[in-house]
Design a binder for this molecule. Structure first.
Ligand SMILES: *Cc1c(COP(=O)(O)O)cnc(C)c1O
Length: 405
């Protein structure tokens, strides 16, 4: 029953994972954030304000949609429900967390937000809430990602944010994280660092999980109303792990509900060709926390590869490492090619174009459904919409036999 214990503990540990591995200058800011969040968590006014913003600004509750034709295509009488985070303002679940953290920043009287971003989705969400609250905003983004996601760079600038190119390392998300931490060290008095997933030092994995748990709370209530029972399985993609934890967490004590996280299998599971951290990683410290990570024998971080920028990260949230250790969840990898088939499957059966990230979870259903009992019920976390990925999808499909797009 280890996993039904309340985690994290007071200093941010999920079993052996988590903690705070940061420079001394940042410790005080983490303590201040921890303190502000503990009070906000119990404060009915904070919770009401957040609930109101989620409803009237972001578009919650999102529908729990029964996917009839997708279910038929997968067979065995299995019923697939989609939790439609793709319908939120800015197009993905990231706004849930960005709104929560912006409210916290205002409480702490910090007038400036900084953020790291890979695909640009978290940068756009942060720039959006900064505009909403009249805060200054600076987003760190790898130069390589800025090139690949030029449209999101422009969106952030339209929203009034400054986008700072990061030219170190592989010029991608992990380097942007390092740069954001470096910037925070020198600006902590005026600045809140808005982290985009359940990663980083305590209390981030806790507070991002709490802000995203609205996904699972709604889905649980909606499914009980519709089916009169709990699901057999939950399936969600895992980059840092925030949309997946947000779906899983409210079901953590429902021991019969299987939780399955789907990682980016890239082009192969050889080192450097994927981002399947829980499948292929080993424990170590990255960006302020002890968790699983992709590293070589000398502890150097391995490069990663994925068709979806949002899953392309060599680390993972400590709570997922803990769920894996305690077997409360299991994790699988889906390749780039399979994810593209997932895009086509959902688009053609339901008229819903998913982002490449949740397309990994869609593709995994083809592996899962044959192993479920007949008429099982599954909730799939549809974390975002695919508009941002149309060019990538077109480029990949036009080069293959599957280009009936
Ligand atoms: C950022 C992103 C992800 C990956 O982040 P998690 O923290 O693992 O949820 C997944 N889906 C979409 C649509 C994203 O934008």
């Amino acid at each position: 029953m280890a996993s039904s214990r309340t985690v994290p503990d007071r200093i941010g540990y999920f079993g052996p994972f988590g903690g705070q591995f940061v420079p001394e200058t940042v410790m005080a800011a983490l303590a201040q954030l921890d303190d502000a969040y503990r009070r906000a968590r119990r404060d009915a006014r904070f919770q009401a304000e957040l609930r109101q913003l989620l409803q009237s600004y972001a578009g919650r509750p999102t529908p729990l949609y029964f996917a009839t034709r997708l279910s038929q295509a997968l067979g065995r009488g299995v019923r697939i429900y989609l939790k439609r985070e793709d319908l939120l303002h800015t197009g993905a679940h990231k706004i849930n967390n960005a709104l929560g953290q912006a409210l916290l920043a205002v409480r702490m009287k910090k007038r400036r937000l900084i953020a790291e971003t890979g695909a640009g989705q978290h940068g756009v969400a942060t720039a959006t809430v900064a505009a909403l609250f009249g805060l200054e905003c600076e987003v760190f983004m790898g130069q390589e990602d800025m090139r690949r996601q030029a449209l999101n760079v422009f969106r952030m600038r339209l929203l009034g944010a400054r986008v700072v190119p990061v030219t170190s390392g592989t010029k991608t998300l992990k380097d942007a994280c390092s740069e954001a931490i470096r910037n925070w060290v020198t600006t902590v008095r005026t600045t809140h660092y808005c982290i985009g997933s359940v990663v980083g030092p305590h209390p981030y994995p806790l507070l991002v999980r709490d802000f995203q748990s609205v996904i699972g709370r709604e889905a649980r209530r909606q499914l009980l109303a519709r089916e009169g029972r709990l699901p057999d399985a939950l399936v969600a993609c895992v980059g840092g792990g925030s949309n997946a934890i947000g779906l899983f967490h409210p079901f953590r004590n429902d021991r019969r509900v299987q939780c399955i996280g789907v990682e980016a299998g890239g082009t192969s599971l050889a080192p450097g060709h994927h981002a399947a951290t829980l499948l292929k990683g080993r424990p170590g410290v990255l960006h302020g926390a002890y968790s699983q990570l992709l590293q070589d024998r000398e502890g150097q971080i391995l490069s990663t590869a994925s068709i979806s920028a949002g899953l392309d990260y060599p680390g993972v949230g400590p709570e997922h490492a803990y769920y894996q250790l305690t077997r409360r969840a299991r994790y699988a990898a889906v390749s780039d090619a399979q994810a593209l088939r997932g895009v086509q499957l959902l688009t053609r059966t339901e008229g819903i174009l998913p982002a490449l990230e949740p397309a990994h979870a869609v593709a995994y259903l083809e592996r899962l459904v044959p192993r479920l009992r007949r008429r099982a019920v599954v909730i799939l976390g549809l974390s975002g919409r695919g508009d941002k990925d149309v060019q990538t999808i077109a480029d990949r499909l036009n080069g293959t036999a599957a280009h009936r797009v």
